[in-house]
Design a binder for this molecule. Structure first.
Ligand code: TIU
Length: 223
């Protein structure tokens, strides 16, 4: 592949230096994707998220083939909850709270089975894994420094959920100067209407936070 490629995106095509582009896969963890995890404790239908897996797997395979920097993120907290704000832990009326024991271990706690990334998208040796306490991947993490070290200016962003951790991360990245292309079918929400609106918010107003493109268009540009 040549270094420069144009992705057929909305609100307009975008030309990127692929050597300065990273693939960022947000929170494809068992805790969000599978029954018995954090997502389900909040009352969500986790089956809504499964549709994002195959498109992400396809883009991940292409990124690995071309040697693109791959970053996986995981939302979660230290076992002693010292990085979990009470305002987050105490919120709402979930069936299990962050830190409580569940069928995949303690809910949203690092090192527990539920916190890890689903087998279909498991990080390969050498890929970056960012553990983040918040919804955005830049807050209280090394992500910004790692992207700088690799000379990254552009991000291909996918994962779950569209309107929560994907949107928050894209807004953080946009303010830091990154061009973000969000892979529409590589994102999903527990609420299909929030997925749709989450993508529209990004690409409205001339691309106020970034660009949106389907995985087919991203793969075409990477080939
Ligand atoms: N609940 C929900 O939609 N999302 C999260 O809590 N975290 C992420 O989006 N990863």
């Amino acid at each position: 592949a040549s270094a420069t490629a144009t992705i057929t995106a909305e609100p307009e095509p975008i030309t990127l230096d692929l050597a300065a582009t990273a693939l960022v896969i947000i929170d494809m963890q068992r805790d969000f994707m599978e029954p018995g995890g954090f997502g389900e404790t909040l009352g969500n239908d986790v089956s809504q998220l499964a549709r994002a897996v195959a498109p992400i797997a396809n883009v991940l395979a292409a990124a690995r083939d071309m040697g693109m920097l791959v970053v996986h993120t995981r939302e979660g907290h230290k076992p002693d909850l010292s990085d979990a704000p009470p305002a987050k832990v105490e919120r709402g009326a979930p069936s299990l709270r962050i830190g409580d024991p569940g069928p995949m271990g303690r809910i949203l706690i690092r090192g527990e089975p539920g916190h890890d990334i689903i087998p279909a998208l498991y990080p390969a040796e050498g890929e970056v894994v960012i553990d983040k306490p918040g919804k955005g991947a830049f807050y209280a993490t090394e992500l910004g420094n790692i992207l700088k070290q690799h000379g990254i200016a552009n991000l291909l962003v996918c994962g779950v959920t569209t309107e929560v951790c994907v949107n928050t991360t894209v807004r953080e990245a946009n303010d830091r100067g990154y061009r973000c292309v969000v892979i529409s079918d590589g994102c999903a929400s527990y609420f299909p209407e929030f997925h749709e609106m989450g993508l529209r918010m990004i690409k409205a107003q001339g691309g106020i936070f970034g660009w949106v493109a389907p995985s087919a268009a991203v793969l075409e540009a990477m080939s």
